[in-house]
Design a protein around this ligand. Structure first.
Ligand SMILES: C[S@@+](CC[C@H](N)C(=O)[O-])C[C@H]1O[C@@H](n2cnc3c(N)ncnc32)[C@H](O)[C@@H]1O
Length: 287
């Protein structure tokens, strides 16, 4: 790959997916895109770049998808899910008693382990939530991961990462060497394609947003922009969960860390966050 081809791809990825590649990541781009070029019958990255420049949208999408990192696992980092079960959901269930509705967004949901972990937590509150309208919206840029997420089929390796054995027994059935998540948990999650670089205000407002381990790949200006837009999509008493290596500190004052709830953030009232009473429920078509 020539330096100018690398620069072209860097710019394309930053603009389309937010991915911020440093100047020394040629090896990463080559390791992901050379197999892609081969599969498309092209002779290396030079021809791949020519194809993108000629307006081949399908190739551009394949390049963007190939450069995403989809690493995920059930109940990743554990602590946010403990908070969800022990404090966040009980408090929100009380606060939304008259509305009888809860909306949770898992942005950058990858192959589904994260939104399904949230669904399994919510399932524990089924008696209190009977008759409620509960939505879990899972979004990702990549159609490939969304397809796998919708199927809800996981390998032995995937279910061994983070999933307690009791949850495996309760919510999955074995199909040959694979594990299929039960239909009731799958039905709790709506999967939709969404690029965080683009406007997401049409999704409406949420009580909880999980946006974990994706902003880490973005440059600072893009992170700030996404944080500020996430703040507009969160209820005043809502909760934002970030990944273990992510924080709003030093980026934006739209959120402030929850005291004693590591990884969780609340909208900063000083920034005039949305009022819980003015929630607009937006119906999101099931995916
Ligand atoms: C490392 S995974 C994190 C998955 C999950 N949130 C977790 O923490 O386990 C990052 C995900 O972000 C998605 N992604 C990358 N850029 C994105 C963008 N601009 N908009 C939406 N999703 C994006 C990728 O496709 C990938 O599935």
């Amino acid at each position: 790959m020539t330096p100018s081809e690398y620069e072209y791809l860097r710019k394309l990825l930053r603009e389309h997916s937010g991915l911020d590649l440093s100047a020394d990541k040629q090896y990463l781009v080559e390791s992901r895109l050379i197999p892609l070029a081969r599969k498309a019958g092209l002779n290396g990255i030079g021809e791949l770049v020519q194809k993108i420049k000629s307006g081949a949208d399908a190739v551009t999408i394949d390049v963007i998808e190939a450069m995403t990192t989809n690493e995920t696992f059930f109940f990743r980092d554990k602590i946010p899910f403990d908070h969800l079960r022990e404090t966040v959901l009980p408090e929100l269930i009380q606060a939304r008693a008259s509305r009888r509705g809860l909306r949770i967004w898992c942005a950058a949901s990858s192959t589904g382990q994260e939104p399904y972990s949230i669904a399994m937590c919510l399932k524990e509150f089924a008696p209190q939530l009977s008759g409620w309208r509960v939505e879990i919206v899972a979004t990702d840029l990549s159609l490939g991961v969304l397809e796998k997420a919708r199927a809800g089929i996981f390998s032995q390796f995937e279910v061994q990462r983070g999933l307690p054995i009791q949850s495996l027994v309760k919510h999955f059935r074995q199909v040959g060497e694979l594990w299929q998540l039960n239909a009731d948990i799958r039905a709790m999650v709506q999967h939709r394609q969404l690029n965080l670089m683009q406007d997401f205000s049409h999704l409406g407002s949420f009580d909880v947003i999980f946006c974990r381990n994706v902003l880490i790949y973005f440059d600072q200006a893009t992170k700030i922009d996404v944080f500020n837009r996430l703040a507009k999509s969160l209820e005043a008493d809502g909760v934002l969960a970030l990944g273990a290596a992510e924080s709003v500190v030093g980026m934006t004052d739209a959120f402030k860390p929850y005291p004693e709830r590591r990884g969780l953030y609340q909208p900063n009232p000083a920034r005039g966050a949305r009022s819980g009473a003015s929630l607009t429920m937006v119906a999101v078509a099931a995916g």
